[in-house]
Design a protein around this ligand. Structure first.
Ligand code: MLT
Length: 403
């Protein structure tokens, strides 16, 4: 008899964004003439930039010639891309190409990485949280059941108005900690001091920080840290996820990478330290065959002067939207976080999240993401994404109800 992994029975029946997509489709079917503006899932809307497209075409053309055709590439990514990443993305952090693992997405990497760890861990997840961090641990059997909006066995690091949506290290032991800055969903950004407190905590507890920096390209404040590796001592206790999805519009193209410094340690049951990098390399080479050559070539093009300028323009465009959303909603009485160094605006409402979601969809034709979908602390909030055209954002702001 084929038996299910019982952990899957603990999960909500569908992933948050699939659930929202279904509701929006049902609304559109019932109201075919209504215009819907999607400010829900953080999916880019602008086309790939000219340098990226040019490199992509060149990559495809190379695959068409016997002399330049490529079969399997290195699982960890082509050297030209790993070198460019190490050279450009971590100024002053001294990251080596061998510490970079190119992949098809940070969503996959954040989900897959936990396969490397014991099932007996104390895991800290933010609340509200990007649902992938939680669901993948449920799938792996690291939690109990879902009770009152939380999984038993996980430690929820509350991000609320009172701590400026930046959780502080707890006064008890954790082994694995998920952090994401600029944050999804709240749009909050952590200062150097706030990250340093987490690094110190991780060093004291021999814990590991999984630092998700998928939205780093939105940081414009020069005082904010862009990488956890800017914090002294972080390399021993942290790894970092980066993605081209939001940085360069690759959500449909798929390319990301994970950095695991040589110094980063993981321990066996006798307390002996091992290099984490070697185990991720082992997994990657066993279960993954690399990102396609044209896609990696396209990704590498953003490290040319022209390519860098073009992708900055893309991000700047969404930042204009984000500012407009934040200012418009503040002007009509909402309290907002994010939207300055982030594409997400976390909006406090007097209504329950899902009620507000339905109200916005039915009355204004606007799709948002209900905060409660990200965790218990998200109740009473909605997340608005800046990924749409300026024209649509302006229209949405005109239709948005007053608080
Ligand atoms: C989001 O809307 O939170 C993101 O698009 C999800 C993702 O990047 O997977």
């Amino acid at each position: 008899m084929i038996r299910i992994n019982e952990n899957y029975l603990k999960l909500a029946s569908s992933y948050l964004f699939s659930d929202i997509a279904k509701r929006v489709s049902a609304f559109q079917e019932a109201n075919p003439s209504r215009e819907v503006i999607r400010l829900g899932i953080g999916d880019v809307t602008l086309p790939l930039s000219p340098s990226v497209i040019r490199a992509f075409h060149e990559g495809v053309d190379e695959m068409a010639q016997k002399s330049t055709f490529k079969g399997y590439g290195p699982e960890q990514g082509y050297e030209f891309l790993r070198n460019a990443i190490a050279e450009n993305d971590f100024a002053g952090c001294d990251i080596k190409p061998s510490e970079v693992f190119v992949s098809d997405g940070s969503k996959c990497d954040t989900g897959n990485i936990q396969e490397l760890f014991s099932n007996q861990l104390k895991i800290g997840v933010p609340d509200p949280v990007y649902p992938v961090y939680v669901d993948t641990n449920v799938m792996a059997g690291r939690t109990g059941n879902f009770i009152n909006g939380r999984y038993e066995g996980l430690y929820y690091l509350e991000s609320t108005e009172s701590n400026g949506f930046i959780p502080t290290p707890p006064d008890h032991d954790l082994d694995l900690i998920y952090l994401c800055f600029p944050n999804n969903p709240t749009g909050a950004t952590a200062t150097r001091e706030q990250l340093a407190a987490w690094v110190e905590y991780a060093r004291t507890h021999k814990a590991l920080i999984l630092f998700d920096a998928a939205y780093v390209a939105f940081i414009r404040d020069p005082n904010l840290p862009k990488s956890i590796f800017e914090i002294p001592g972080a390399k021993e206790v942290a790894l970092e996820f980066r993605s081209y999805s939001k940085t360069a519009g690759f959500t449909g193209t798929r390319c990301a990478y994970t950095v695991i410094p040589d110094e980063c340690r993981v321990y066996d049951e006798n307390g002996n330290a091992h290099k984490l990098n070697q185990f991720w390399n082992r997994r990657h080479t066993t279960k993954f065959n690399g990102v396609s050559y044209p896609v990696q070539k396209a990704a590498a093009s953003i490290y040319t002067e022209e390519g860098a300028r073009e992708v900055k323009t893309l991000v700047d465009y969404y930042l204009v939207n984000a500012k407009l959303i934040r200012e418009s909603l503040t002007a009509v009485g909402y309290s907002c976080t994010g939207g300055d160094n982030s594409p997400y605006i976390w909006v406090k409402s007097s209504r329950p999240s899902w009620d507000f979601f339905d109200y916005l969809l039915n009355n204004a034709g606007i799709v948002c993401t209900p905060g409660a979908g990200f965790g218990r602390c998200g109740e009473g909030y909605i997340r608005i994404s800046a990924f749409n055209s300026l024209e649509n954002v302006k229209k949405a702001m005109e239709r948005f109800p007053k608080e």
